[in-house]
Ligand binder design. Structure first.
Ligand SMILES: C[S@@+](CC[C@H](N)C(=O)[O-])C[C@H]1O[C@@H](n2cnc3c(N)ncnc32)[C@H](O)[C@@H]1O
Length: 319
């Protein structure tokens, strides 16, 4: 996927079209989670972060406030902070306030309109900081821009977005960010930890139905952008705990036998068939150690909240 120079067919955004048509044609229908975030999806995601059941953001934000100063002292002055999947950039603000004279904030997100709005406000609060929003895929896109050569590079990947990626994608991401940020780089990584499904399932299937709206918005987006004819009222949101793979899976379940079109192509789903739309993996420390070590980084600090719900790590580029 490369969204920076996204090719458009006559009317459709090519990367989205290709992922949707391929994903709906597989026996186990799967559409990658990045497509949940158009402008509407990003706004719904912000509502999710405030839900009582969604412990993730609350816990990470509190932890970041606790550790930001000590991480910043290790990192030192004049940083270029590079955030992958920045969204509302709320967590970057915590670090930008703690870092000593930060020089630059580069933020990449697939949902660009939303990012631009967030960074306009952030730039007003940090008049001396170079603020650079980038549109694109965080695995391939950020490489297209060059950083100030004199700065201390720091990658930032909070929100446990790493849990949405497969092992192969995590390896590609960590290696390419290591290559891009360079030999002296640091990296601040947030990862959600394994815990009881009694806590996890409500976090991804809340009582007010906000997460359901977020998931269903993908179908509405397909209708808006790819001439889809999907009746979204004939789907329901499902959050399933997959214990073996230690992940919450989000699915859209068909409530009846139905046929719909996407960009002129016809698809049929039986009652009970699902479209798999997101994985949120819940990590354990040894898995994180292994992924980090095997992909060009070493662990400098590993911090969790008091309940060990969430971890924030400081990594240093491996020489
Ligand atoms: C789980 S949210 C986290 C947002 C924010 N970093 C936080 O911690 O609250 C994931 C963010 O990554 C963006 N995103 C998801 N997949 C992406 C991709 N492949 N490339 C770039 N951005 C992506 C989404 O638009 C969204 O803003």
């Amino acid at each position: 996927m490369n969204f920076i120079n996204d090719q458009h067919t006559n009317t459709y955004p090519q990367a989205f079209l290709s992922d949707v048509l391929t994903g709906l044609s597989k026996p186990n229908r799967y559409i990658p989670p990045c497509w949940l975030y158009d402008t509407v999806g990003s706004k719904i995601f912000e509502k999710i972060t405030d839900l009582p059941e969604y412990y993730v953001t609350r816990t990470e934000v509190k932890l970041l406030h606790e550790i930001a100063l000590s991480f910043s002292q290790i990192i030192g002055p004049n940083a270029s902070l590079v955030e992958y999947g920045a969204g509302a950039a709320i967590k970057a603000r915590i670090f930008l306030n703690a870092l000593i004279d930060p020089a630059e904030y580069v933020a990449i997100d697939i949902s660009f309109d939303h990012l631009e709005q967030s960074l306009t406000e952030l730039a007003l609060d940090h008049p001396d900081l170079r603020v650079r929003p980038l549109a694109g895929d965080f695995i391939s896109g950020v490489m297209a821009t060059s950083l100030d050569s004199e700065t201390q590079r720091v990658g930032f990947f909070p929100g446990s977005t790493i849990g949405n990626l497969s092992n192969d994608e995590i390896s590609t991401f960590l290696r390419s960010s290591r290559d891009y940020l360079g030999d002296d780089a640091y990296f601040i990584l947030g990862a959600d930890l394994r815990k009881s499904s009694d806590i996890l399932i409500p976090a991804y299937d809340d009582a007010q139905g906000v997460t359901a709206d977020f998931n269903i918005n993908l179908l509405k987006r397909i209708n808006r952008e790819l001439d889809g004819t999907i009746d979204s009222s004939q789907f329901s949101h499902k959050a399933v705990w997959n214990d073996e793979l230690s992940r919450i899976e989000m699915h859209l379940e068909s409530l009846e036998e139905q046929t719909f079109e996407v960009a002129g192509q016809s698809f049929t789903m039986s009652k009970g068939d699902t479209i798999h739309t997101e994985n949120s993996r819940k990590f354990q420390r040894p898995e994180l150690d292994k992924l980090i070590q095997e992909n060009g980084w070493k662990m400098v600090r590993y911090e969790t909240d008091k309940d060990a719900y969430f971890s924030v790590m400081l990594l240093k580029a491996h020489q």
